[in-house]
Design a protein around this ligand. Sequence first.
Ligand code: PLP
Length: 398
Amino acid sequence: MKLSQRIQNLKPSAGFELLKKAKEMKAQGEDVISLAIGELQGKTYQPIRRAGQNAIEEGYTKYSPSAGREDLRKELAKTAQNQWNFPISSENVFVANGCKYVLYIVFQSLCEKGDEVILPSPYWMSYTPLISLSGAHIKILATKEENNFKVTADELKQSLQTNSKIFLLNSPNNPTSAVYTEKELKSLGKILMQHPEVIILVDAIYDRLVYSGKFAPHLLQVCPELKDRLLALNGASKNYLMTGWRLGWLFGPTKLVKVFSDFQSQAAGCANSIAQKAFATAFQDCEEDIAQTIKELKKVKELLINSLKEIPKLILYPSEGAFYLWVGVKNFIGKNYKGQTLKSSRDIMEKLLKDKKLICICGEEFGRPNYLRLSYVTTPSHIQKAGKRLQEFFLELR
Ligand code: PLP
């Protein structure tokens, strides 16, 4: 059977592959620790779980409008309006089955061959296949280590071309956990104001998981003038521990919301109605839960950092949001491990998995070799164990 060229070029998600691997190893009784997964371990917060049960009992199990349930769109618009301090209506909100699917719809609706999407690296690994499926060309903008992997105004200016269709910004960032400040966003906004043809896609799916303040600053908040061509993406997966419910949304101009809804009406019908009803009813009631999650994440993050500080020449970057620690391993490339030369961060990832039963993701997957991403969504005791294994491994290198 001949598959389409599109599909032949598509690789499965590395994150999901590693998740499968960790599960298989655990099932075989191996003492494996996974720092690979981008998913908090706790249950969805209780108010939302309850609302979900009620939604099923009360019969919210039918199709909903293709743009999303009106009650949810209203709640999301109200919250965004309070957060960003300018008028947002429910007509500006589009809801779908997870951010991944929102991204798919956005690229399918806006991009084609000849268009360019500017993607800062390191980047979340699903962006590239999702953009490629639309036929658009990906222009990687390699951010600099000394800027904590954030795009500067100058770099953005240099990378914008006549065929630039979309600029994609992700803050808090996966994989670096860097969070753009208001000042940094303002300077990017100034450049974008000079390019009215460019659509700006901001992925803020980790915006409640920040270690200072209540929300991560947003480009739309500091530069509301961009609102007619800015798509502000968000979702329930990370902030509300709802990965399996599949709920994502964006704020954007009404014209585009209509385009995306029409696409969805054909391609999926609508987002999961139960998830929408549950979230609309209860997401405002989860503030204490979110605060508790951040408190726990902070603790685990500190434990991991303290144990990695014991490894000379391992480079640690600030983890300001989300739940990742981005570490530089360039000083270990070329070193000898049990008679073998480590040629790349992928080599390091594979040896850690094989010999230390520790799963993490190498920088190559995020478009930047010489780094590892460690996800600290685990218990303090597991993170201490993981830290020890990492110490043992790096201290064994000659
Ligand atoms: N955007 C970023 C930056 C992510 O890290 C992820 C998941 O890892 C997503 C989007 C996907 O979120 P969803 O579960 O809503 O599809």
